[in-house]
Ligand binder design. Structure first.
Ligand code: AMP
Ligand code: MG
Length: 202
């Protein structure tokens, strides 16, 4: 599978592919992700298989709007609202209680779900075209470095994905910061592209 340029036609194609249960490699501002419809357990299972990712490692669900958050989270804590207003779109993943509609496979059986709104226009456009939320881990085989270019994805996973969209090199180049909002006070579970100071300021 050769990476496709991010023309409007290809972004629509990628969205349709995801809506039909396909798996698509796409650029975000942090790293390239391997996406599937977050509400389709079979599609999500294909992502775990393609990456050889252990199913105890939960995925991040990507949304393009607050409406997307409401479809995934059963409850949005007040602190989450302020953080989303100030720091989204961006490299900040928030852990919130999950809706029953999100398959257990996405969250590795946890009652919580990791949600992020990426700042990359290609990722956002594909999410919108898909009409759903996109569960996407980094687009590398388990144990390999996260890819920051479409060519890396093609080399590592090219034969196992339905589409690769090339959005150029990733601006941030490291994973998102993961913040648990079900803990009080909220806790950083993984440091990443959003600085602790920016989170604390909010
Ligand atoms: P990756 O998609 O490869 O960046 O990995 C996503 C990471 O987010 C996982 O390895 C976990 O560390 C974290 N994560 C995802 N969902 C949850 C959750 N429900 N609770 C806590 N951490 C999570
Ligand atoms: Mg990863």
């Amino acid at each position: 599978m050769k990476p496709l340029p991010p023309t409007e036609e290809n972004l629509r194609l990628a969205g349709e592919c995801l809506a039909k249960g396909g798996i698509v490699a796409l650029p975000t501002e942090t790293v390239y992700g391997l996406g599937a419809d977050a509400f389709n357990a079979r599609a999500v299972a294909r992502v775990f298989e393609a990456k050889a990712r252990p199913t105890f490692d939960p995925l991040i669900v990507h949304v393009a709007s607050m409406e997307g958050v409401a479809r995934v989270a059963s409850e949005v804590p007040p602190k989450a609202r302020s953080l989303m207003e100030r720091l989204w779109p961006g490299p900040l993943t928030l852990i919130m209680p999950k809706r029953d509609e999100v398959p257990d496979l996405v969250t590795s059986g946890l009652p919580t779900v990791a949600i992020r709104c990426p700042a990359h226009p290609v990722a956002r456009s594909i999410i919108v075209y898909s009409g759903t939320a996109i569960a996407a881990p980094s687009a590398n085989p388990f144990g390999y470095l996260s890819p920051t270019r479409a060519q890396h994805v093609a080399r590592m996973l090219g034969g196992r994905v339905d589409l690769i969209i090339d959005g150029g090199p990733c601006r941030v180049g490291v994973e998102s910061t993961v913040l648990d909002l079900t803990a009080d006070p909220p806790r950083i579970l993984r440091p990443g592209g959003m600085e602790r100071e920016a989170i604390e300021a909010v």
